[in-house]
Design a binder for this molecule. Structure first.
Ligand SMILES: Nc1nc2c(ncn2[C@@H]2O[C@H](COP(=O)(O)OP(=O)(O)O)[C@@H](O)[C@H]2O)c(=O)[nH]1
Ligand SMILES: [Mg+2]
Length: 467
């Protein structure tokens, strides 16, 4: 039974030395050894031993050996040669070595071949790369050419820009010179500006003052406008019913007039009374308390018209004076003049400031006669018209808002010192005209009834006066 072929190198050794082994070996000498080590079986042993010719025996043995399998058979065969066939063993070993060398050489050749293949492949790929690089090189060359052209163009541009720059530098130098001269100019202007700024500050201060003045004038203007409105409405109402009004005014003009004078002491009440009456009937002097102590009544005829003036005693601004006595004194005026008064004259010195004391006096008068009654029946008489002649002048020293609104903006000017008869006549005529217009509106007199309606206020004032 076949055990398969020997290892290829062992088989090669046998094949290569086949003729030599046929010739030199006698299988009979080693068959027992090979049988003992199971390289051949019993049948093989008998078959070999039974052959008469040495060559035949050897042929069968070598045939069996070639098919003795890749195990240890070949080694046992070599071992069987160690005794008598040492020379064959040496040859086989030498041959095996040669085969090893050949194998090594073949392996090296193969490796070299592989290396050569590799190198060939590398060189092929290098060639391809080279080809590609050449292509790239051509492209780069083209790019380089175009870049060169571009550079040349740029160079030309640089040259023209350089020329342009030279021009600009020259211009710049010119501009710098201009700037220096402008800066010098500017310094001058700044100095001028500083001067102007100082002037502006002083003008602004001036303006502030003017604004303040203006504010005051505006206020006065508003008051005048208010008064004008009243007058206009009066004119309007007069125009509406002019025939009737004119006839009433005509009637009023000839009626008897009685007035009561109020106002702070020393502002010129008695003097106004004398101016109306056109003679010195009331005591008028600078020293207080020595003058009017109780009410005085005087009547005169002015152009055929009876005019009665009641001058009040000093009271409201003198703490020493008995307020109770003052109220009693006013009651007495109604006994003396039971039909009542056409108007109440609030006399005020236009020269003096309308200060705290004057305000207090006005408030007290409002409480005694009634705030609304003063609005309806009161006319302000500004004295010292020889010094201050119009509202504008008064407003420059006074704030007349509370007074003017308390008397519904009715006001006349009196110069009690004038010797000019025409002026004296005119100022009395204008006062009487103001009273007539007031009467035309009110169509009644200020009566004792109006005074009594203020009873509660009187009691309050009496209480305050006691404390
Ligand atoms: N310059 C000037 N002085 C006047 C005028 N009216 C009155 N006086 C003076 O003012 C002072 C007081 O006047 P008076 O009539 O006694 O005030 P009364 O206390 O309110 O009655 C007196 O010295 C008057 O001569 C005027 O229109 N012009
Ligand atoms: Mg007086």
């Amino acid at each position: 039974m076949s055990k398969g072929r020997l290892k290829p190198e062992d088989e090669k050794c046998i094949q290569h030395n086949y003729m030599y082994l046929l010739d030199q070996l006698d299988a009979r000498d080693i068959v027992n050894f090979l049988f003992q080590h199971e390289v051949i079986d019993l049948d093989d042993k008998i078959s070999i031993s039974s052959q008469a010719k040495r060559k035949d025996r050897n042929e069968i043995l070598l045939d069996r050996l070639l098919n003795a399998g890749p195990g240890y058979s070949f080694n046992y065969f070599l071992k069987s040669l160690e005794g008598n066939y040492r020379f064959i063993l040496d040859k086989l070993r030498k041959h095996a070595k040669e085969i090893d060398v050949i194998n090594d050489l073949e392996r090296e050749i193969k490796e070299l071949k592989d290396e050569q293949d590799n190198e060939r492949q590398v060189s092929r790929s290098l060639r391809e790369k080279l080809k590609q690089q050449e292509g790239n090189l051509v492209q780069l060359k083209e790019e380089l050419d175009s870049q060169k052209k571009h550079n040349e163009q740029l160079n030309e541009n640089i040259v023209s820009l350089k020329e342009h720059l030279q021009g600009k530098i020259a211009d710049n130098e010119e501009l710098r010179r201009e700037q220096v001269s402008l800066e010098e100019n500017l310094q001058g202007k700044i100095a001028d500006n500083e001067e102007l700024r100082r002037e502006q500050v002083s003008l602004e201060e001036n303006l502030q003052e003017k604004i303040a003045d203006n504010e005051e004038l505006r206020h006065e203007q508003a008051q005048l406008r208010e008064s004008l409105k009243d007058k206009e409405s009066l004119i309007h109402s007069l125009t509406l019913d002019s025939v009737y009004k004119r006839s009433v005014l005509e009637k009023i003009k000839h009626q008897e007039v009685s007035v009561f004078m109020l106002g702070p002491t020393g502002h010129g009440k008695s003097a106004v009374g004398n101016s109306i009456l056109q003679r010195y009937l009331f005591k008028s002097c600078d020293r207080l308390l020595t003058c009017t102590q109780t009410f005085s009544k005087e009547t005169v005829e002015i152009h055929g018209r009876r005019v009665t003036v009641f001058d009040e005693p000093p009271h409201l601004d003198h703490s020493g004076y008995c307020f109770k006595k003052f109220l009693y004194c006013i009651k007495e005026t109604f006994t003396a003049n039971p039909q009542g008064f056409n108007a109440i004259l609030y006399v005020i010195n236009s020269k003096r400031r309308f200060g705290m004391e004057e305000r207090k006096n006005l408030e007290c008068s409002q409480a005694v006669f009634g705030e609304n009654s003063l609005k309806d029946f009161c006319v302000t008489v500004f004295t010292h018209g020889d010094i201050i002649k119009c509202m504008k002048d008064i407003c420059s020293i006074n704030t007349l808002e509370p007074l003017m609104s308390a008397v519904s903006n009715r006001a006349v000017f009196f110069d009690n010192k004038t010797k000019n008869e025409a002026i004296r006549d005119n100022q009395v005529a204008s006062l009487l005209a103001e009273i007539d217009i007031l009467q035309l509106k009110q169509q009644r007199l200020y009566t004792y009834q109006d005074f009594v309606e203020q009873k509660k206020e009187h009691e309050k004032l009496l209480k305050e006066n006691k404390t």
